[in-house]
Write a protein that binds this ligand. Structure first.
Ligand code: NAP
Length: 452
């Protein structure tokens, strides 16, 4: 690889992958892909409509029986080869993600590691598909549970982790013997197209993996979701879209996997190691510019250490170099689009109006692209909109609490339950928090808990 963006993008497929063939959209339409660091177009890709989506599902259906009957060892080897190829093409994938999504190169490289792990993990799982054997309650018979591929799956991914969200869905489906149609986000289709080429190179047979890119997600998806041949929908994205898709899936009684939004509380107790808490908070907040479902959204800090914590976070935030993710010293890249900047600015303004104090930041950057200053707010009142909304930006919102009960009450005061973070030196308290916080995952004295 040359490291030259134009050369890299010229080598990325720009058409739909249907039945093993790169295909133009039926209407011949394309849409533009932009680099959020420059707000300039970097590529055009095929713009699928409902007929293209149906063709992709036709291909997935046609390949389903053969793929389901392919020996698990063979499926495992293909996924393992894909993992190896990804290591070989690591720098290309990292640069491509930075170009279409904006995250700093070092973080894109980390995503190659994270995303690759799904290929490796599920290559190992493909040959460990087990069942169950039991005695029925009457003692008159035996029950045998066996696992079968569910059949063609529709996989919809978001823009914030363009590689990892695709491998997290494709790898388990292929390992299980299912064929798939993948629809990446309109804002970041290139990484998925490049991944599809890699999967072909790894030996994925025609029709097993199909990719449609589109600027009309709803209409294009509808033709697949209403097709009785579809067996499963797997979606990662925002909660409102997830709710709408669950309703559509209900009409077909589809199996679904939903990975939706978050509003993670980050709790710092007065017995925490403050240096570690600040280091963890920096990761939990500023990784991916705050554009992660697992991003810390609300910092709940015990009153006696709020001042110190806010000051140290502000010092660290001011050190973060904001810029184009391709520049080596950049720590904070652009947000994904102009709309995202407006949303973050509105949330910060609302918090200010309600009494929050800006310790640092609080403004957009006056340059091309979609940049927002790393921001620290303190004394954020519970009524501020950013306590109930996914901020999805580099904004630390600190609210003080007096004791453990108040911390738990504030932390649980949300309909989201994806993840939480707790900093305390007390193991007993850490264990209590695991019981009391209503989240699916809890990081204890750590700011990152995503892994395969
Ligand atoms: P989004 O707007 O919900 O979009 C996600 C995907 O759904 C995109 O591919 C999008 O296509 C598609 N889509 C949108 N409306 C659709 C419809 N009516 N029918 C079918 N498909 C539709 O979310 P996003 O802004 O891309 O991603 C950020 C969200 O993802 C955040 O809420 C974040 O928390 C969540 N997320 C969750 C996890 C997790 O593991 N829980 C991981 C990462 C992200 P278009 O791009 O063309 O609109």
């Amino acid at each position: 690889m040359s490291g030259d963006p134009a050369e890299l993008i010229a080598g990325v497929p720009s058409r739909l992958l249907i039945g093993g063939t790169w295909t133009d959209a039926a209407q011949g339409r394309t849409f533009a892909v932009e680099n959020p660091a420059t707000a300039r177009k970097i590529a055009s890709v095929a713009d699928a409509d409902a007929s293209d989506a149906s063709a992709a599902l036709d291909a997935a259906v046609a390949a389903a029986d053969h793929w389901a009957a392919t020996p698990p060892r063979q499926r495992a080897e293909i996924l393992r080869t894909a993992f190896d190829l990804l290591q070989d093409r690591r720098d290309d994938f990292a640069l491509l993600m930075t170009l279409e999504m904006g995250k700093p190169l070092a973080e894109s490289d980390a995503e190659v590691t994270y995303g690759g792990e799904f290929l490796r993990w599920f290559s190992e799982e493909a040959v460990r598909i087990t069942g169950r054997y039991g005695v029925n309650p009457e003692g008159t018979g035996r029950t045998i549970v066996t696992r079968h591929p569910v059949g063609p799956c529709y996989l919809i991914t978001p823009w914030n982790f363009p590689l990892a969200m695709a491998t997290r869905k494709i790898a388990p489906a292929l390992a299980a013997g299912c064929t798939v149609v993948v629809k990446p986000a309109e804002l970041t289709p290139l990484t998925t197209l490049y991944l599809a080429q890699l999967m072909i190179d790894a030996g994925v047979p025609d029709g097993v993996l199909n990719v449609i890119t589109t600027s009309a997600a709803k209409q294009t998806s509808a033709s697949i979701l209403t097709d009785p041949r579809l067996r499963k929908l797997s979606f990662t994205g925002s909660t409102p879209v997830g709710i709408s898709l669950l309703k559509q899936a209900a009409d077909q009684v589809l199996r679904t996997s939903m990975e939706l939004g978050g509003n993670a509380p980050f709790l710092v107790f007065d017995d925490a190691d403050l240096d570690e808490a600040v280091a963890g908070a920096m990761l939990a907040k500023f990784r991916n510019m705050g554009e992660a479902c697992t991003a810390a959204n609300r910092f709940l800090v015990q009153e006696s250490v709020t001042e110190k914590f806010a000051r140290r976070m502000a010092d660290r935030a001011q050190e973060l170099k904001v810029g184009d993710g391709t520049e080596p010293e950049t720590r904070i890249g652009p947000l994904i689009e102009a709309k995202a900047i407006r949303k973050v600015q509105d949330l910060v303004n609302d918090a200010r109006t309600r009494g929050a104090r800006v310790v640092t930041g609080g403004e957009t950057l006056d340059r091309a692209g979609y940049f927002y200053q790393p921001t620290v707010l303190r004394d954020v009142p519970a009524e501020a909109h950013l306590t109930s909304t996914e901020i999805f930006g580099p904004v630390v919102a600190i609210t003080p609490f007096s004791d453990e009960d108040e911390a738990v009450r504030l932390a649980n005061d949300t309909p989201y339950g994806l993840v939480s973070y707790v900093y305390t030196k007390s193991l007993a308290r850490g264990q209590r928090m695991m019981e009391r916080l209503e989240t699916g995952m809890m990081g204890l004295n750590t700011g990152v808990i995503s892994n395969a």
